[in-house]
Design a protein around this ligand. Structure first.
Ligand code: HC0
Ligand code: SF4
Length: 561
């Protein structure tokens, strides 16, 4: 076996493509801004410099490991080099750290501390740039950009959109959308994946925390929360709870203490989606029309499809997303009571997703001219609220969601990971409602993190072809194959974010491979430990269909176009 020597430790080369991977394998954490294992190597930030035994300095991320190499990761020369890089970055960086959205979570800030920069010798003579607040999902502040290009490569390579890019050269270089257009006027779908990788607050989540506190303070407002499936397996990250652990019960307690009047589980809305989408799928299969049926619960995907592949827009399910369905039901359900109590119901969704902030503003998410969901806050925003409230999150009791929507099936919960929507719909369409059926469906190929998954199942004597895709670049490739006739499917699930909502733009960042896997396992554990595994067996869903929903399905549950 070939080795390289890192700080006198012999480290075997086992297919690693760069020296940085070997350094990390040796358990040494060296700083990086522009290196992400899933993106192409840019090698621009130079923070990962190391020194070899001949005194040569080079970036570890772009150096191929060679047998016999001897490198040192923290020599005096390396330390001075890194310090100078940070100082130069800070010299042209707005330094309002104490009031910045990213305060305490900023890589530039933490590395300045780590490498020991206590003063900046160079003057900032950059002119102040306008902050782009046009998107409902994200905020772009060019004054905080360090030109690492992480956002550019994410939007291009993972999402296949290329909304933002480098413009100009030398000291004038910037990252911006083409022609410096406001984000709202571009193809941006609001997925927030650029914000996840941004090391500073150059791209951050547009926050609604203050609006929520204001509503809680107002006694004329009934503030109702719904918690998305994937939030429960990530909200604990910031409180030292093991990765992937289901914190739904603790989050319900936290929201009640904060002053939310009622707390519900969006997985109940997902159960409604399963009911409606499986009906729609069965009808399309019977008529052989508008196939494949594309899922419509991911707003990033819906916008992408409408704008980039309009010829497939009619194939999108007419179902609203679980968030959309549930908010419409909640508003309608409390309408009478609101009149009696002299109150107004406000629905606040707690989501792993930044694009959901845009979904709620779409006309097809209004019922009778009224906006169904009033605000979306992300997992990271709710974490901030818990901290502002001073709650000891780990100490909170587990509480359940409120009646009458207090039961959610396991099928509704797995929506939060890629393949979950498909699996839930297949459970609904299966005739045999046994554990064996659940197991068989889980083995069809819909589970796992592969970018595009395929499965063929038999339904009513017919072979049904399914595809599950996540990441919009993967979705684009699949659509191209469908368009050219190279591939054909009956049902296609698309989630804009790689690995589904568990890795949404609003989730706590810094989630490496182990965390991603733990979040996925957390979703499947939430399903396995549910008393009800099939959406149609959810007693609260049945009750709703039998009484309240009769005759209202189309108005409340579908995108009325
Ligand atoms: Fe998702 Fe959803 S599963 S999109 O990823 O379908 O955001 O968690 O809430 O609406 O349920 C996000 C997560 C949801 C919706 C559900 C769907
Ligand atoms: Fe690209 Fe998504 Fe960022 Fe918009 S939010 S710029 S689509 S990565």
């Amino acid at each position: 076996m070939d080795y390289i020597t890192i700080n006198s430790i012999k480290v075997p080369i086992e297919g690693e493509k760069n020296v940085l991977s070997l350094i990390r394998k040796a358990g040494i954490d060296i700083p990086t801004f522009c290196y992400h294992s899933e993106l192409s190597i840019y090698g621009a930030c130079r923070m990962c410099v190391v020194e070899d035994d001949r005194g040569k300095i080079f970036a570890a991320c772009s150096e191929t490991p060679r047998a016999g190499m001897v490198i040192y990761t923290n020599t005096k020369k390396v330390q001075q080099y890194r310090k100078l890089i940070i100082e130069l970055l800070l010299s042209s960086h707005c330094r309002d750290c104490t009031t910045c959205q990213k305060n305490g979570m900023c890589t530039l800030q933490s590395l300045a501390y780590k490498v020991g920069v206590h003063a900046v010798r160079f003057l900032n003579n950059k002119k102040e740039e306008k902050i782009d607040m046009s998107s409902p999902s994200i905020v772009r502040d060019p004054n905080k950009c360090i030109l690492c290009g992480d956002c550019v490569r994410t939007c291009d390579e993972i999402q296949g959109l290329g909304v933002i890019d480098f413009a100009f050269r030398g000291s004038k270089m910037k990252v911006q959308p083409a022609f410096d257009k406001p984000l709202a006027e571009t193809d941006c779908v609001g997925c927030g994946q650029c914000a996840v990788v941004c090391p500073t607050a150059a791209i951050s989540i547009r926050t609604n925390v203050t609006d929520i506190w204001d509503a809680i303070e107002d006694s004329s407002i009934r503030v109702v929360a719904q918690i998305a499936p994937a939030v429960r397996v990530a909200v604990g990250d910031n409180f030292g709870i093991p990765k992937g652990e289901n914190c739904f019960g603790k989050l319900v307690s936290a929201l009640r203490i904060m002053g939310f009047d009622m707390v519900f589980d969006t997985s109940f809305g997902a159960d409604l989606t399963v009911m409606e989408e499986s009906k729609e799928f069965a009808a399309r299969l019977a008529s052989d029309e508008k196939l494949p049926l594309f899922t419509s619960c991911c707003p990033g995907w819906v916008k992408y499809c409408e704008e980039k592949y309009p010829e497939f827009a009619d194939n999108l399910s007419t179902c609203r997303s679980p968030q959309g369905m549930f908010s419409a039901v909640i508003k309608d359900y409390f309408a009478e009571k609101d009149k009696e109590d002299g109150k107004r119901t406000m629905v606040v969704s707690i989501m792993p997703c930044t694009a959901k902030k845009g979904e709620i503003l779409r006309p097809d998410n209004f019922t009778d001219g009224r906006q169904d969901t009033d605000y979306v806050i992300t997992t990271t925003e709710v974490v901030r609220m818990i901290k502002q409230m001073g709650l000891q999150f780990t100490e909170l009791e587990n509480e359940s969601a409120d009646a009458p929507f207090s039961v959610a099936s396991g099928a509704g919960k797995i929506f939060g990971t890629t393949g979950g929507v498909t699996e839930a719909v297949l459970r609904r369409l299966a005739e045999d409602k046994s554990y064996n059926t659940i197991r068989e469906i889980s083995y069809t190929g819909v589970r796992g993190f592969e970018g595009t998954k395929e499965a063929t199942i038999e339904l009513d004597g017919r072979e049904v072809k399914i595809a599950v895709v996540h990441g919009l670049a993967n979705a684009g490739r699949l659509l191209d194959r469908i368009r050219s006739g190279e591939a054909s499917y009956d049902f296609v699930e698309v989630m804009a974010c790689r690995r589904g909502c568990i890795m949404g733009g609003g989730q706590p960042s810094g989630a490496g491979p182990r965390t991603r896997r733990s979040r996925m396992e957390g979703m499947y554990n939430a399903d396995a430990s549910s008393n009800v595994r099939f959406s149609e067996e959810n007693p609260a869903v049945r009750q709703l269909y039998d009484h309240f929903l009769a005759g209202k399905e189309h108005r409340l549950l579908h995108r009325n176009l």
